[in-house]
Design a protein around this ligand. Structure first.
Ligand SMILES: [Zn+2]
Length: 98
């Protein structure tokens, strides 16, 4: 049926977007987004639209993760519209000493 085909297409596009997002900064622990402080993570994370519906996201929590000896932050996002979840990696870079 036509309707099912359209939905299948939409799902395929969404999964393509998710694959692309994994290649962008923040998509994996190997490529975290550099920020200067934890409040900046809140702002940056909330500004990232949902990959499925481009809706607004909620930052559920921010967790500290150790990956290969590096201290990273993981932002857990949930779309307010479709409920789709997403994780974005960040790294807090120390400000330069003066
Ligand atoms: Zn969504």
């Amino acid at each position: 049926m036509f309707r099912q085909t359209e939905e299948g297409r939409a799902r395929m596009l969404a999964s393509d977007r998710e694959k692309l997002a994994a290649l962008e900064p923040g998509g994996t622990a190997e490529r975290p987004i550099d920020v200067v402080s934890s409040p900046v993570i809140d702002i940056r994370a909330k500004a990232m639209p949902c990959l499925r519906c481009q809706g607004e996201v909620n930052l559920e929590e921010q967790t500290a993760e150790m990956v290969d000896g590096k201290s990273l932050r993981l932002a857990h996002l949930t779309c307010v519209r479709c409920g789709s979840k997403r994780k974005v990696w960040f790294r807090i870079t120390s400000p330069l000493p003066n």
